[in-house]
Design a protein around this ligand. Structure first.
Ligand SMILES: [Ca+2]
Length: 194
């Protein structure tokens, strides 16, 4: 019995470590100039952009930048889009895995052509590869990069409450499944740490 309690306590500690790791999760950055670019061009010589590079000429109906984003944990993610525009009210459509989820209207004061500002939304990603596309909306704007941060992991499969037929002990409670998800998230962030 004491051994069982020890195991549960160990898992609880792992769970707490996992929670802390999710709370302090670091953003993973994807540069627009390294994404799939359709009918647009890499701009060079923008001192305010990372490596001086962003993607411009997102000017046509079929112009877009598409990022491939692999994640281990399905759930809600914050997406930060760093964008420059000379036109207040310019926009990009945001499409996740083929579904248009938002139109990002660039209105932040202080932004201007060659000056980049951050626009933040939340999106849902699936485990495995995801595609995130920013395509032409109204007028003109140039993406520099996006950053993704896990906000909340999707709940894992519903825990079974059936007693173990061998011992009659209760099955693993949901907190253990949450612990497993948290440890998995921790591993993801350690691997992807910048
Ligand atoms: Ca850049």
């Amino acid at each position: 019995m004491g051994k069982k309690i020890l195991v549960v306590l160990s898992i609880l500690v792992l769970f707490l470590v996992g929670v802390v790791s999710v709370v302090s999760a670091e953003a993973v950055r994807y540069e627009a100039d390294k994404a799939v670019i359709n009918n647009a061009q890499v701009y060079t010589g923008f001192p305010d952009a990372t490596e001086g590079l962003c993607v411009g000429y997102v000017d046509f109906e079929d112009s877009y930048v598409e990022f491939t984003v692999p994640v281990d944990v399905a759930g809600t993610y914050q997406i930060l889009m760093r964008v420059s525009t000379g036109d207040t009210g310019a926009s990009h459509f945001l499409t996740v895995n083929g579904v248009q989820v938002d139109e990002i209207v660039y209105t932040k004061e202080g932004a201007g052509w060659g000056v980049f500002a951050d626009y933040i939304r939340e999106i849902t990603l699936q485990a495995g590869n995801n595609t995130i596309r920013m395509s032409k909306g109204v007028m003109y704007a140039a993406p520099d990069y996006i950053e993704l941060t896990l906000v909340e992991a999707e709940a894992t499969a519903a825990p079974t409450e059936e007693p173990n037929p061998q011992t009659g002990d209760p099955a693993l409670p949901s907190i253990l499944l949450a612990a497993a998800a948290s440890v998995s998230a921790l591993a993801t962030y350690i691997r992807k740490g910048r």
